[in-house]
Design a protein around this ligand. Sequence first.
Ligand code: NAP
Length: 254
Amino acid sequence: MKLNGKIAVVTGASRGIGKAIATRLASEGATVAINYREDAKPAEALVSELNSRGFKAQAFRADVSKPDECQTLLDDVVKTFGRVDILVSNAGIEHFGKLEEITPQDFERVFSVNVAGQLFVTQAAARYLPSGGRIVLTSSVSARIAVFYHTLYAASKAAVSAMVLNLAPELGERGIAINAIAPGGTATDMAKENGKFYTHPALQDLPPEALLKSKAALQRLAQPEEIAATVAFLVSDDASYITGSTLAIDGGRL
Ligand SMILES: NC(=O)c1ccc[n+]([C@@H]2O[C@H](COP(=O)([O-])OP(=O)(O)OC[C@H]3O[C@@H](n4cnc5c(N)ncnc54)[C@H](OP(=O)(O)O)[C@@H]3O)[C@@H](O)[C@H]2O)c1
């Protein structure tokens, strides 16, 4: 129970990696604010599941692509629980598209969630976080590998690593650590829908197992719980001298 007594916010927490992170932090003793964008049902189902296991959690609606909703989310969490110690910014969206097909609307949609969403939820949390507070943003292996037609998403995730690097000294003055995780392919809806695009277009009909073998030394996808374990480490006292870093959790990217 390394996080006993801590209050944590996890964005995009009703499914996929966010759900695993929320579950892991709650199981370590944190009270967890489960952020969802629109559909309250899966978020409330997760809250019920966690409560039934004796863990503390509550659902909070906010679209992180809207800076005012990021602020309202943090205000509501602090009103409800009295303070906040940990922010995990996990919400994100995928995009594949050829250069000539990318529209200003695509750019706005992807960057408003993956970049502005992570920046403004960080700004909102930083207004409340005490010394010892922890922030984890979500980058991706995609920030440092070339994939066909992945420019928008990869650029948005590369921005996240630059943000944590540059926010580290500013937040460090207040004793707050900020890092990013860079997952590789992880078994979620996002990977199910987009996994096959992570290879040369001529090879996209290969069986998924062949693609997996060619992409990670461990020759399998990550499970969301394996990503959550790294986040639990980063927000714990065991990571007290780590800030400004982007940690790869990619099974040994090939
Ligand atoms: N899966 C991978 O292979 C992989 C690899 C590297 C990095 N990542 C990153 O890891 C994070 C989680 O990915 P995942 O695979 O778990 O994705 P996912 O299964 O598609 O889930 C994404 C989550 O983000 C939420 N979300 C999206 N836009 C939001 C918004 N505007 N406001 C609040 N919540 C929003 C979604 O809520 P709704 O249910 O409302 O849509 C959902 O809960 C993302 O940042 C992703 O880019 C994933």
